[in-house]
Design a protein around this ligand. Structure first.
Ligand SMILES: [Zn+2]
Length: 164
């Protein structure tokens, strides 16, 4: 298993218009691994830097992973293809949020430290994308074990009547 580090200067990546690609097993992302039914699969990600004409720094994030979630209706495994695409505007800590960008839903502002752990960022993005209540489109709740005739309210009632 590769333990390659993905801690980089995200602003430099954007300034130079560089691309970083990588993949890590879900098991390496602890918070995500704890949020899924089975921590299987591989997270594939890419960060494409971009500097626009005004000198603003952006990173286009693309993350893909097939996750095994727990269906909240039948409690079975639910294959959930995660595909996150997000455009991040990089800000220095303390920078004011540009208002025109806040009105633009397609862009999220991200305050970046000199070094950014891409894996933590990937994990955050995937966790944010997880459905709150994962469910199969078409499934049934688990079948409850049959009601025991002897303990059903009607059986109890019959016993009481019998005793009167
Ligand atoms: Zn289900």
């Amino acid at each position: 298993m590769s333990q390659e580090s993905f801690v980089i200067d995200l602003r430099a990546l954007a300034r130079d218009g560089r691309l970083v690609q990588g993949e890590v097993p879900v098991t390496r992302l602890g918070r995500l691994a704890g949020s899924v039914l089975e921590p299987s699969g591989t997270v594939v990600f890419s960060f494409q830097g971009e500097r626009d004409d005004e000198g603003k720094l952006y990173v286009d994030v693309h993350i893909q992973v097939g996750l095994a979630l727990e269906c909240q209706r039948c409690l079975g495994a639910l294959e959930w293809p995660c595909d996150v695409q997000n455009r991040l505007l990089l800000l220095r800590s303390g920078d004011p949020l540009p208002e025109d960008e806040l009105e633009n839903d397609a862009v999220d502002a991200l305050e970046v430290e000199p070094l950014t752990d891409l894996l933590a960022l990937v994990e955050d993005e995937v966790l944010l994308a997880l459905p709150l209540v994962p469910r199969h489109d078409d499934c049934e709740p688990p079948v409850k074990t049959g009601v025991d005739e002897e303990t059903s309210p009607f059986a109890v009632l019959r016993q009481l009547r019998g005793k009167v």
